[in-house]
Design a binder for this molecule. Structure first.
Ligand code: GLA
Length: 533
């Protein structure tokens, strides 16, 4: 190739390279455009997101399908101004709470509540997929718009003028039995209840007085065309279950609310009080726990008594003695009027859980109500947690001793089929049970509180006293109880109710040693009385 040929060759190569470069550039630009379009479709930039944020203002309903076939609604009422959103959530249509920390994340709308429950709304079709995080589990449903009037609380019903409902003559001593709630929660079903019945009988606890088998929340289905409450599919035959329980010499308890919804979001007795009382009687129900729950959406605290009286009167007319358990967490000083609405027991506060902290917080603060109890009407510091695993056996003995001293209802809340021998020994301690069931029906009060030590004393029908020396602290404590300080004078016989042993005779002083979170639970009887027996 000569010099001219080389130049010509280079020129041609240059043209070809230019063409290739132009094509490559065009290709790249097109590709980038595609990627960019794709990114826009799923991930708006901040400024684009601002423009496309939908207006959530209005009322929304999320239906959550439960495994028992029941659909439980939750409502949101939201107000949006630009990016700022405020509003309320009506959790399971039971309690209205303001939404907290509302925010957008990846195109989803999130908010929390003062309870440990949070919500995530993810856009889908015309509405949103909602994930509800209860802290101990998730639920998913679809939110759709509804008229606001459907999301607000139904109206309060007319309430009766106050009267005294005559006593039903039941619960002369604090009710004893088992309840499904503390261990099984919303999993309760017919098989679990029957197994509890068999375990109560098989373990010997039924013979010691544990006779009530109480189905707590989550048994309800919907109402039939006549408005009668129908159990959900987990309880195919409530009357058959009651017959089975009665055939074992036991009694059946059930649960409802004066509001439209129970605390779990199930059907309550709102507007169906008499009808439900009759249904319970027809099934053979012996005990009703009536839980305030959604009634708080429509009634004020000063109306609680009249609202409970309404069901008290309905039960009185139902044609069957039904123990009436008021569960309204102590609102409006229920201990002062619970008996007047026909109540046999009433919760004095909010829920227990299976921890030393909560049990002790409830149990050691019951002294303010102790003077209100007596045969047929009892303070209820809540159901037992003994055997559920969150406390040590020492702590469960303290829990049980305190409940016996308080003349509290003893509703075992554990799985009776898997309980340890020690749990059975605690629940089955006959000497402790005799204190709880003492016919005088007085509740203990703390006579001494010094540092970590609290000494609670209960008068018994035979003139003797039940005494609990409790150590609330973290280390073992030793000390001396001056018997005259708890109004005990003269020679006394002291019996340890956990060791099941007489500790001897004492005239003025008793030396004790109590482990951390433990108790010395004893019966003190005047020596001459003890001899007579
Ligand atoms: C309330 C009551 C509990 C239990 C649950 C059931 O929290 O206080 O004892 O009955 O409702 O939902």
């Amino acid at each position: 190739m000569n010099c001219v040929d080389v130049k010509l060759f280079m020129k041609r190569v240059g043209k070809i390279l230019n063409l290739v470069a132009i094509i490559a550039l065009w290709g790249l630009t097109a590709a980038f455009k595609l990627v960019d379009e794709d990114r826009n479709a799923t991930q708006p930039t901040k400024s684009e997101a601002k423009q496309t944020i939908p207006d959530l203002t209005g009322a929304w309903r999320v239906d959550i399908q439960q495994s028992d076939g029941v659909v439980i609604p939750t409502y949101f009422i939201l107000r949006q101004s630009g990016n700022i959103i405020d509003g309320t959530v009506s959790i399971k249509a039971t309690v209205d709470l303001p939404i907290r920390n509302p925010r957008w994340e990846d195109g989803d709308f999130l908010f929390g509540t003062d309870w440990n429950i949070s919500y995530r709304l993810h856009p889908k079709d015309e509405g949103y997929t909602v994930t509800i995080n209860y802290g101990n589990g998730l639920e998913k449903g679809q939110a759709f718009r509804i008229p606001e009037v459907e999301a607000v609380s139904p109206k309060a019903l007319p309430i009766p003028g106050l009267v005294n409902v005559p006593s039903n003559g039941a619960a002369k001593t604090p009710p004893m039995g088992w309840s499904s709630w503390n261990h099984f929660g919303n999993r309760v079903d017919d098989a679990i209840v029957r197994k509890a019945v068999d375990a109560l009988v098989g373990s010997g606890l039924a013979r010691l007085g544990y006779v009530y088998i109480n189905i707590d929340d989550c048994w309800q289905g919907n109402r039939d065309a006549e408005g009668n409450i129908v159990p959900n599919k987990k309880f195919p035959d409530m009357k058959g279950l009651a017959d089975y329980i009665h055939s074992k010499g036991l009694k059946l308890g059930i649960y409802s609310s004066p509001g439209p919804r129970t605390c779990g979001g199930y059907e309550g007795s709102y507007g169906h009080e008499e009808q439900d009382a009759k249904t319970y009687a027809a099934w053979g129900i012996d005990y009703l726990k009536y839980d305030w729950c959604s009634a708080q959406r429509m009634y004020s605290n000063s109306q609680v008594r009249a609202v409970y009286q309404k069901m008290g009167e309905a039960l009185a007319k139902a044609g069957r003695p039904i123990v009436y358990s008021l569960c309204e967490y102590g609102i409006d000083g229920v201990w002062k009027w619970g008996q007047k609405v026909g109540g046999n027991l009433w919760r004095t506060g909010y829920d227990i859980n299976d921890s030393w902290k909560r049990m002790a917080e409830i149990g050691f603060n019951q002294d303010q109500y102790s003077s209100y109890v007596g045969p047929g009407h009892w303070n209820d510091p809540d159901m037992l947690e003994v055997g559920n695993g969150g406390m040590t056996d020492t702590e469960y003995r303290t829990h049980f001793s305190l409940w016996c001293l308080l003349a509290a209802p003893l509703l075992a809340g554990n799985d009776l089929n898997t309980m340890s021998p020690e749990t059975l020994r605690i629940l089955g301690n006959q000497e402790a049970l005799a204190i709880d069931q003492d016919p005088l029906g007085k509740a203990a009060a703390p006579v001494i509180k010094v540092g970590d030590i609290q000494i609670w004393v209960r008068d018994l029908h035979d003139g003797s006293k039940a005494v609990g020396i409790f150590n609330l602290g973290d280390v073992l404590r030793k000390g001396t109880l001056n018997l005259p300080d708890i109004k005990v004078n003269g020679k006394q016989k002291i019996r340890d109710l956990w060791l099941h042993r007489d500790l001897g005779k004492f005239t003025s002083k008793f030396d004790y040693e109590v482990p951390s979170h433990g108790v010395v639970f004893m019966k003190i009887t005047k020596s001459y009385l003890a001899k007579k027996r």
